[in-house]
Each structure stands twice: as C-alpha cells, then as structure tokens.
Design a protein around this ligand. Structure first.
Ligand code: ADP
Ligand code: MG
Length: 733
C-alpha cells in the first residue's frame, strides 16, 4: 500500500461511520430494509456503500454484488463516485461508477453505481424487478424529494417480489421512525456523531456586537429578485403563507428590551424580504479582520444571488483581495473544477469563503468551515392546489435546516454561526420542511405512474409516505387529459406514451414531438434545450442597458422562445469559426449555457431517434429557414393551456389569465419591453406566484394558432377544444 493509500485508510477509519461498520453490515445481512441515520459528514454516503462492497467481495460468492446508490442531485452522484474511486485508489468507472442524465462513467467491473433518483426510476421502467441489482441505497431521504418519495412506494411494492434484494435508506436527520414504520418496523442504525460547540448569534446579537446599523436604504439586494418583490408589492396582495404571517406576528410582538437603543432602532428598520447583501459584506469583512483562521460558509438561496453577491464582493478592498481571500460558489450547476476547490484547504494566510445554496446543508461537506452565515432562506417551490399555481419563493427555512446550517461550523474546531434574522423569527419557523410531493405539481409524477403501469393514480399515491392533497392529484390528472396525454379513463394515449419516453416536462416533450413530425425539429431542439438550462441571457448589474440592447437584437418576434433560438443559432455559427466566446461576451450570453444547450440538443436528438420519431440528421444550422408562424404554433401546442389574453389600453397592455385575473411578466421577458403586442394571446411556460402571479418565458400567438394548436391536435377532439376556448373567449370579452 502506498503512503497516500495508508493515509486515506487512516482518514476513513477516523470517520464515525467506521465504528458502526459491523452493526451496519449485520443489520443489512439480517433485514431486507435498514434505515441508517447520522450527522452530515459522518461518512454515510462515502463509506457505507464501500462497506457493503468490501464485505461482498470478501464473501463466498465473490464480487457478485451490484449496488445502486441514488442521489437527489447529479452533482452529488458525480462528486461522490469520484471521491470513492480516489479513496480506493482506482479510476472512476472501474469498481465505482456513476450515471446521470447526459453523462456516465461505468465499466464492466462496476459493482457500485451512483445515479440520480430519476435514472433509477427510468431503469425500473425498463426492468420492473431490477434484475441483477443486489442492493439499493436511497441516500438523503430526509430531503423528502418527490422522486425519492415516489421511488419508495415502487420499492415497497418490489420487495416481496425480490426477497433477496436489500434496501438501505440513509438520512442526515433523526426522522428515521417515519421511514421505519413505513417499512413495517425496519431496524434503524444511528451513527453517533461529534461536533464542536458552535456559538449562535442572531441578528440582534450581531448588531449589538459589531455596531452595524441597519437603515431602510442599506438593505437592498443587487439582483432580480429584489425587483420582483418590489413589483409584487405594488400589485394587490394575495394570501400570505402561514410562515410569513407567523414571522410578521413574531416581529410585532418582540420588544428587544435588553438591547441598546441603537440596536433596537436598527432592528426596526430590518427588512425581512431582503437577504441583506450589505450586512453579509460587512460581516465577512469583520470576520476577515477580527477572527482567527477558518473557512466561512454563507448560505444563500440560489445561483442568481450567489453570482450577484460574488460580483459585489469581488470589488471589496478586503473580501475581494485575492491575496487574502479565496471566494468560491457552491450550487447545483457549478463547474467541476470549481467543485474541487471547495474541498481543498487553501494556503496558509488565505481565507476560503464559500457562497452556497442549501446543497451545503447536508449533501456536500466542507470540512474546514469555522464560520457560518445563514440568510435564513432557501428557494423552494410550493404549489397552491386551489389556484393550481406553482410558486417559487425564497422562503424561510425550517428549524431543522437552521440547525443543520449551524452544525456546518463545528466540524474541526469550535465555530460561530451568524443567523441574519432575530431569534423570535427563528422561533416562528416551522419545525421541518414539507415534503416535495405535498408542495409541487404532480403532472410528471402521474405520467410516470401510468408508464410504470402502477394502476390508478390516486390509489397509488394514497400509499405514499405522506399522500398529496386530493385536489392536487385531480389537477394533475385533469391537466394530462387536457393536453391529450391521458384519455377519459386515465389511460395513456399515444401522445402520452411518447411523452413518458422523454425525460422532460410534458409541455417540452410535446414541442419536440410536433417539431419532429412537422420537420422543424432543429429550432425546437434549441427551444427545449434552452428551457432546460439556466437562462443564457446574462444581466450584470453594472452593464444592464448594454445587456438589454444586446438581447433586443434577438427579440423581434414577441417570443422569449424564438429569442433563445436566434441567440443559439448565432452562437453556433460563431462557434464554428472558434469565436463562440467572443460572441457570448459581445452579446451578454453565458458561454456555459450555450455549450450546455448544444450538448442537450444532441442528447434529445438521439433520444428522439431511439423512440423512432426522427430518422435524418438535423438540418444545417446557419439559416433561419423556418416559418416563424409554424414555430409559434408548435410552441403553442406545447404550452397550452398556459395561455393569457393581452388587453391593450391607451398606453400599454395588461395580461389576464382565467384562473388568476391580472398577471405580470418577469422583467427579463422580451414581451415586457414593448408597449404593444400585435397578438391577442400569450402562451407561457410557467407562472410563478410571488405575491402576485408572474409569467416566465412567453410567446405571442394569434387566435387561429390558439384554436388549432392549443389543446392537442393529436386527440382530434376539436369539439371539446372549441368549447373550452369558447369558455375562455367569453370570459375575456
Ligand atoms: P455523510 O454522507 O455522512 O454526510 P460523507 O460520506 O459525504 O458523509 O463524507 C464523509 C467525510 O468525507 C466528510 O468528512 C467529508 O468532508 C469527506 N469528503 C467527502 N467528499 C469529499 C471530497 N470530494 N473531498 C474531500 N473530502 C471529502
Ligand atoms: Mg451524504
């Protein structure tokens, strides 16, 4: 064994999971289902699959085991498998591999495969009994993602058919009982962890200790969300979420009488809708100048605010000084080189600052963190079944999450945690987050249930760990009927069957299918790929006007979707002359997104070929040779019934949908630039409620297009369709 190998073994033996190795292995040997819980970083993800692998390799039947371990995110599937290969001194793709959508690394000798939950679900589609798989490990079950909850129902059905199959569930929190009773009292193994004490500072303590003064003017976040909040404040207020009301109540009741006048004054200016970039900047600077060594982990809500805070900090004399500070981002779509830097210990004298989403809460462990700054929010989708509207809000986290975030500071020495909200607000947080299955639209899930032939949708979902609301299930079924994916009896139609073979939302799948049939697949591949990656149009704060002007060149069709196609086609041409970067730079486009679109297009194309929808190569790239009206029609076919009417008044126009009344456009939409839209309707990809309802990604369409392409021409049900549309027209008259 090499010195590195020995050192690695020593590290592995030092992890808390190692002490429980025998208990874990014997539990797995004796029980079909085992639930393992243990603090983040104790070695669940990296060690337990290896324990199983090693004990199986050493057992009588040799290396016959086939372990599949699911991860909720592709980034963890990739980074964990790479880490384990390193620990074993092997190449990735030997014993240990991974498979995520679009990418994989797996060989003949791979016995331990990490994959996303979605990949395992797709495998079940092809092979309901998971032939050849000996162990399924479902990791991070405490997150309660929709796919994981779904997978658990399917696996629970599978267990009696495969008595020798082993199921291991792993959780970072102590909610193991819920899962144990779901699986008929399955045994639980807890890995006791150790963390150093972490001192907690709530907002009032931070203000008291640092003397920072909050004013109504220094709490502005430099990113789009702020603008959205402001716009939504002007619109009539809708129902508030219970947690927002609880926080407001708590603030009203608090008196902070033990604190100085200055602190109290400061607290009265606190803006709970704001993440507080200025305060974060101040605190980071305070830590750099006053505290001992140790990395800082800042919890924000998403890559948008991470990027804008990063931009802001890069100009700071202390925090932006690269000879003293290494500033990194950590979120679901970061590049893999950046990923590695997060784990590395920087040189002496350099302080690592990581701006992260809640991905760093439980699924990624950064060992050298001593300071945590917690903004108290996470971006969370929720779903209002009553209005059938998804909402995406930076919302308050739960107490469990806040504790997890705090715990990140105590892994190597005693740490400090700064919560950017008062203690009374923490007290008003919910204990834990609602599972995703109870707070997101269920359309794709319902389609999957049908394609796996799992029987009645509502009966199946009633067997979930926690079942979704009746109304949410009915809305999803109704939607699938309207778009023509299910027939009256809830059976898959031909369209529905094709849609289940495409790993994307039904609305995007429909666009690809019709694009393929009508021989204009190429631009539709661009639309669908572009909608599946992060928005390629960049809007840096300091060059806003230039960026808007650049985007305007692509925006002559009253369509966000066609603007994406135009931008991509331009890039493709430039990229062939090796000028892709220059093109992106000039046009304020993300080169990373363009590349991602390019590879997704290829992937989708080969998928369509696999399912027999295309047989020729996509047409050449450099001409805009499609009838723009045809593209509008296909987009409409995909997005229906996401429609709103355009009502012009003297100066501008307003938008209305049947369910919500007045709605607004995201400010980055090309349709938000003009004061007139020469079409009566917009079809949109998504509406999102942030107090009022905002539409994302829209295309203007005419009456006739809506009549002919809305609702699903494959169904041939023009009568019903006309009736529906008649209803809409009546409503808008
Ligand atoms: P858990 O799943 O229980 O949260 P992990 O198995 O992910 O824990 O991690 C165990 C230990 O291995 C942690 O201390 C973590 O810091 C370390 N570790 C995990 N991944 C990496 C990596 N890519 N590079 C360096 N250290 C890592
Ligand atoms: Mg883990």
């Amino acid at each position: 064994q090499s010195p590195e190998g020995r050192k690695m073994m020593e590290f592995r033996r030092s992890l808390p999971a190692y002490k429980e190795k025998d208990a874990i292995l014997s539990a797995i040997l004796q029980n079909q289902v085992v639930i393992i819980s243990g603090e983040t970083g104790c070695g669940k993800t990296t060690q337990i699959p290896q324990f199983i692998l090693e004990s199986e390799i050493n057992s009588v039947h040799g290396a016959m085991c086939n372990i599949v371990c699911t991860q909720p995110r592709r980034i963890s599937a990739m980074s964990v498998s790479e880490r384990i290969a390193t620990e074993r001194g092997e190449k990735l793709g030997d014993t240990v591999g991974y498979k995520v959508r679009l990418e994989g690394m797996k060989g003949r000798d791979t016995h331990l495969l990490f994959c996303t939950t979605g990949i395992l679900l797709r495998r079940l589609l092809a092979d309901r009994n998971l032939k050849g798989v000996t162990h399924v490990i479902v990791d991070e079950i405490h997150e309660r993602g929709m796919n994981e909850d779904f997978l658990l129902i399917v696996l629970k059905d599978l267990l009696p058919r495969r008595p020798e199959l082993r199921l291991i569930l792993m959780s970072a929190t102590l909610d193991a009982e819920l899962f144990s009773s779901y699986f008929g009292g399955a045994p639980m193994v807890h890995i006791p962890g150790f963390t150093y004490p972490v001192r907690t500072h709530f907002l009032e303590n931070i203000l008291e200790r640092t003397g920072y003064q909050l004013t109504p003017y220094n709490q502005i976040d430099d990113y789009g969300m702020e603008k959205m909040w402001k716009m939504s404040k002007q619109a009539p207020r809708k129902r508030k979420s219970p947690i927002v009301s609880a926080v407001e109540e708590a603030l009203k009741a608090a008196d902070f009488k033990d604190y100085s006048v200055q602190t109290r004054e400061s607290l009265s200016c606190w803006n709970p809708d704001c993440l507080g970039f200025n305060l974060i900047e101040y605190l980071l600077c305070y830590i750099c100048e006053n505290e001992g060594p140790g990395a800082v982990l800042v919890f924000l809500t998403g890559w948008e605010d991470i990027n804008s805070l990063k931009d802001k900090l890069q100009g700071h004399p202390v925090v932006g000084d690269t000879s003293r500070v290494l500033l990194l981002a950590c979120h679901g779509s970061m590049a893999s080189e950046e990923q590695k830097l997060i784990f590395d210990k920087p040189e002496d004298g350099i302080r690592k600052i990581v701006l992260a989403t809640n991905i760093a809460e439980t699924s990624i462990t950064i060992n050298d963190v001593v300071f945590v700054i917690d903004c108290g929010k996470a971006k969370e989708t929720s779903y209002d079944a009553l209005n059938n509207t998804p909402c995406l809000l930076p919302s308050w986290i739960s107490k469990v999450s806040a504790q997890q975030r705090k715990g990140r500071a105590g892994r190597v020495q005693p740490g400090e945690c700064y919560h950017l909200y008062p203690r009374c607000v923490y007290d008003a947080f919910a204990d834990c987050q609602l599972p995703e299955i109870l707070r997101t639209p269920l359309q794709s899930l319902c389609l999957q249930i049908k394609s796996l032939k799992l029987g009645s949708i509502s009966e199946f979902l009633s067997r979930a760990l926690q079942s979704p609301e009746y109304l949410a299930v009915q809305n999803a079924i109704e939607y699938l009927k309207i778009i023509g994916a299910l027939d009256e009896n809830e059976n898959l139609t031909v369209l529905g069957r094709y849609l289940t073979m495409l790993p994307m939302e039904p609305k995007l799948g429909k666009m690809l299918i019709l694009g393929a049939i009508l021989n204009c697949l190429d631009p539709m591949l661009s639309v669908v790929a572009a909608l599946s990656v992060r928005d390629p149009f960049l809007a840096p704060m300091d060059k806003k006007e230039l960026a808007e002007a650049a985007k305007a060149q692509f925006s002559r069709d009253y369509s966000d979707h066609l603007a994406l196609v135009r931008a991509f086609e331009g890039w493709k041409v430039a990229d062939r002359d090796l000028a892709g970067y220059e093109y992106c730079w000039k046009n304020f486009l993300s080169a990373q997104s363009m590349k991602a679109i390019d590879s997704l297009r290829k992937e989708f194309y080969s998928l369509l070929k696999d399912i027999g929808l295309v047989d020729s190569n996509p047409v050449n790239y450099n001409t805009w040779s499609y009838d723009e009206h045809l593209l509008r029609a296909i987009i409409c076919y995909g997005l229906y019934p996401g429609i709103c009417s355009v009502v012009h008044n003297e100066k501008s126009f307003s938008l209305k949908t049947m369910e919500d009344g007045q709605v607004l456009l995201y400010s980055n939409s090309v349709n938000a630039r003009d004061s007139r839209i020469p079409y009566p309707w917009l079809v949109f990809k998504e509406k999102i409620k942030v107090n009022s309802v905002f539409l994302r990604d829209s295309t203007a369409v005419s009456d006739s297009v809506l009549l002919l392409f809305g609702g699903g021409i494959s169904k041939g049900d023009m009568d019903g369709h006309l009736k529906m549309l008649g209803g809409c027209l009546e409503f808008y008259m």
